[in-house]
Design a protein around this ligand. Structure first.
Ligand SMILES: *Cc1c(COP(=O)(O)O)cnc(C)c1O
Length: 366
């Protein structure tokens, strides 16, 4: 295997078919989430012989994929999710992108994909956002959602790590997750399905985990719930996380608790940022196993006063109800709790440049 190129650069090949600015403005008025894509995408190719090469920012468009491409059969794929935020002065920033780059490398290891050098990951994001800066919305909680991913493109049906892989990053303008104001979500406790097992891929960000969560999400919808909460696969007792968000519990004394990382929970960057921010703000923070009984008893006794979920897309989402085959648990008054709201605002203030950045989490892109 040849050495990986040390400095992978992403030169721009400008699209000759960009979306007209009037149409783009119309989309940016009400982008929703994940529905519209910008004019370009970042791309790089890896082969076992040449390492990473052919990097660039190129016109957005469909891929030519051989029907035997390994990803279509064995799901050798990983992804990331982060946002570009427009500040009031017009500049554009990302939040802890080096943490996404590091997690992408860890996911690659678990899925037997080549590691993209972290500087290349960061360079691809910066080059894409610079090319499509006009797509970064401004105002409210809008952002440009960035989706880097890596897929096994080698056409070969034998089962082994692919020797040809493509890295891509696409971008999609996103509006406020809660256009009508912050609204608590309801959660279905899955007793039939688990998301991840010890030794599996739960701590890697890979499409396969999401594919496996969809039936459980369907079950949640059938019970009138917005999201599904998974328990550990061994004892079916310990609270893990939602399909794509981590969970936090707030106690009556202001202390904050989140399930510890056991190898089956995805380490959210929002999760780790909240642990730090909450500590900065004087909350006692704990990471340990949390049983569903502790959750039920805590709500019944008043020890648990708020529950919230967190992730890049929705930032911080209050959890209003937990529904299971045993019945229903209601948190608080149905309104977002005080601690949830204030942690949410603190994080958003930082991301949108309205607050100081003591940990150096923001990186300027444009
Ligand atoms: C991406 C993801 C999260 C949230 O991670 P962030 O870095 O905070 O966006 C939580 N759980 C799962 C399963 C995820 O895939």
């Amino acid at each position: 295997m040849s050495a990986t190129t040390t400095a992978l650069e992403f030169p721009l090949t400008a699209s000759s078919a960009t979306v007209a600015s009037a149409r783009r403005a119309e989309i940016l008025e009400s982008p929703g989430f994940g529905r519209y894509f910008t004019d370009h995408m970042a791309r790089a190719v890896w082969t076992s012989g040449e390492g990473w090469h052919d990097a660039g920012v190129v016109p957005y468009g469909p891929l030519q994929l051989d029907p035997a491409a390994a990803v279509l059969h064995y799901a050798q794929e990983i992804f990331e999710g982060l946002k570009a935020y427009r500040h009031d002065d017009g500049s554009v920033w990302s939040f802890r992108p080096e943490a996404n780059a590091a997690r992408f490398a860890r996911s690659a290891q678990r899925l037997a994909l080549p590691e993209l050098p972290q500087e290349a990951f960061l360079a691809s994001i910066a080059a894409l956002v610079r090319a499509d800066e006009a797509w970064v919305p401004s105002g409210g909680e809008s952002s440009l959602y960035l989706r880097p991913f890596m897929v096994a493109t080698e056409s070969f049906l034998g089962v082994r790590p692919a020797r040809e892989v493509t890295y891509l990053a696409i971008a999609s303008p996103a509006g406020s997750y809660f256009p009508g104001g912050l609204k608590p979500v309801s959660i279905w406790l899955s007793e039939n399905y688990t998301r991840a097992a010890l030794g599996g891929t739960g701590s890697a960000k890979c499409g396969g985990n999401y594919a496996a969560s969809l039936s459980a999400q369907d079950e949640a919808s059938a019970h009138g719930c917005d999201q599904v909460c998974f328990l550990d696969s061994t004892e079916r007792r310990w609270v893990e996380e939602l399909g794509g968000m981590n969970l936090f519990f707030v106690h009556d004394d202001g202390s904050i608790l989140t399930p510890e990382l056991t190898g089956t929970i995805l380490e959210g960057i929002t999760r780790s940022s909240i642990l730090q921010l909450a500590a900065d703000r004087g909350h006692q923070v704990t990471e340990r196993r949390v049983s569903v009984d502790e959750w039920r008893e805590g709500v019944a006794s008043g020890r648990i006063t708020e529950v919230f979920a967190c992730g890049t897309a929705a930032v911080v989402t209050p959890v209003g109800r937990l529904v299971s085959s045993d019945g229903e648990l209601v948190h608080g008054t149905g309104e977002p709790g005080e601690v949830t709201t204030s942690i949410r605002s603190a994080l958003l203030d930082l991301q949108y440049g309205r607050a100081e950045d003591p940990h150096g989490w923001m990186t300027r892109l444009v």
